[in-house]
Design a protein around this ligand. Structure first.
Ligand code: DLL
Length: 433
């Protein structure tokens, strides 16, 4: 029987949860109306006042907001509490334009850490565990969030941050770490390094991993699980809403439970902005229900996924979201076909490669070109051209049947594609340059 960190919320009846959400939503809308002039102006423009929002069924009446609004209101325009009540900021790692800066009151941090603690407990963490937090610490939310959650559970916490891979391995071994928190690409890299050092799954003390912050395929999960000898749990979140722990996976591994007592999810059609029924794929939109420092109503995440109310064997009643396919703004449109990097990754891992690849997109004579550089694993490395050609052809065929697109595939030697300690950069789209 699985344990819960806050069973009264994680396993609440639907009726109790909706009653709580209704009450919190009304309060949050009033809070925003009174404290966030930028959003109040948007409500006024749409002719909506807090009186129009009596329950979660009225949510659709509120205006949507997007990253564009966050940039426009930068830095203080969406702050929902006086500066003197805020105790921390975190910021996104966006490469273009202004970064998003999110503010936290002490209460916001407390609730956020509870969400991360729920994720850790769902992955089997107890006071007896040693939890190595290898997400970056600093402006990025990964390190701070899981570190705080791990303290709440009472694990012995190693605030490792990312990088210095051999030191990471030394601590895992010497302190017998049982839980690893990292991006999936960094976890895969650690797995590679363990292999190089001659260590197999049975020699590695880890039992579970909490991996997120980027899209990763089911195939990559299997690969990491086998290499490290662990159960790999997905975790989702975004800086704008707090950080990791907006949703988390349980032992069923069929999607992530949304902490819907704090974050109310909707799925919309990204083009028409119409709300879609549960079970339909679309863009995920979240409303924070009790944030003070940086409350967000109907925030468009750009993440494409599906919600599900299917009963879960773990006993949690929190709604689930499927692994996001990717972001609508990471989706490549190549010769008119929608392509997510995670689809390419699935083909490669199915054929025995690891998630070390790079996708190059360009436009030649007005036609989009797609090239995929794929690293051979040390076991398959060869200079036999016939064999390389056959392998390349097999990947081309796999991609053709997955995407319906012809791609150029180039196999490269092991260790030639740069490894990432945080979120991996997999796509080089020269068409945008
Ligand atoms: O990545 C927060 C986080 C840290 C989540 C550690 C999980 C673990 P941002 O840097 O603001 O925040 O990026 C948020 O990353 O909108 C998604 O596109 C993507 N993302 C996050 N988790 C997942 C996941 C953190 N499990 C953006 N699967 C989000 C797929 C994810 N994409």
């Amino acid at each position: 029987m699985e344990r819960y960190f806050q069973p009264e919320m994680e396993c609440a009846s639907r009726e109790d949860m909706v009653a709580l959400q209704n009450e919190k939503l009304k309060k949050q809308v009033q809070h925003v109306w009174e404290n966030v002039p930028y959003y109040r102006a948007k409500m006024e423009e749409k002719g909506v006042t807090p009186d129009d929002i009596q329950s979660i069924d009225d949510l659709y009446k509120l205006p949507l907001i997007s990253k564009k609004d966050l940039r426009e209101a930068y830095p203080y325009g969406l702050m929902g509490a006086p500066l003197r009540d805020c105790v921390r900021i975190h910021s996104t790692s966006g490469t273009t334009g202004k970064r998003v800066v999110a503010f936290y009151t002490q209460n916001d941090i407390d609730l956020w850490e509870d969400c991360c603690a729920r994720a850790l407990v769902a992955a089997g963490a107890t006071k007896d565990d040693v939890c190595q937090v290898s997400y970056g610490f600093g402006l990025f939310t990964g390190g701070a969030g899981l570190n705080g959650g791990s303290h709440k559970v009472g694990c012995l916490t190693i605030p490792m941050s990312s990088g210095n891979t051999d030191r990471q391995i030394m601590f895992i071994e010497d302190l017998q770490a049982t839980i690893l928190c990292a991006t999936p690409s960094y976890a895969a890299y650690l797995g590679e390094r363990f292999k190089e050092l001659g260590m197999g799954p049975d020699d590695i003390p880890l039992k579970a991993g909490i991996f997120g912050a980027e899209a990763w395929s089911e195939e990559m999960r299997q690969d990491i699980q086998n290499t490290l000898g662990i159960k790999a749990y997905d975790i989702y979140g975004l800086t704008e809403l707090s950080g990791p722990g907006v949703s988390f996976e349980c032992s069923e591994q069929t999607g992530m439970h949304v902490n819907e007592d704090h974050f109310l999810p909707e799925i919309i059609d990204p083009d028409t902005e119409e709300v879609l029924p549960v079970g339909t794929e679309g863009e995920l939109v979240f409303t924070s229900l009790d944030k003070e420092g940086f409350p967000l109503l109907r925030y468009r995440t750009r993440d494409i996924c599906v919600l599900s109310r299917a009963k879960c064997s773990c006993g949690r009643t929190l709604i689930k979201m499927k692994k996001p396919k990717g972001r609508s703004d990471d989706m490549l449109i190549i010769r008119g076909v929608n392509v997510f990097p995670s689809q390419i990754e699935a083909v490669l891992i199915n054929q025995g490669y690891q998630a070390n690849y790079q996708i190059l997109v360009d436009r030649v004579n007005n036609t989009d070109t797609l090239e995929v550089l794929v690293e051979m694993t040390p076991e398959m490395f060869t200079d036999n051209l016939g064999e390389i050609n056959a392998r390349q052809r097999k990947i081309v065929e796999g991609l053709k049947s997955m995407l319906g697109l012809k791609a150029k595939v180039t196999l490269v030697a092991p260790k030639t594609i740069t490894r990432s300690e945080g979120k991996a950069v997999r796509v080089v789209d020269k068409r945008k340059i």
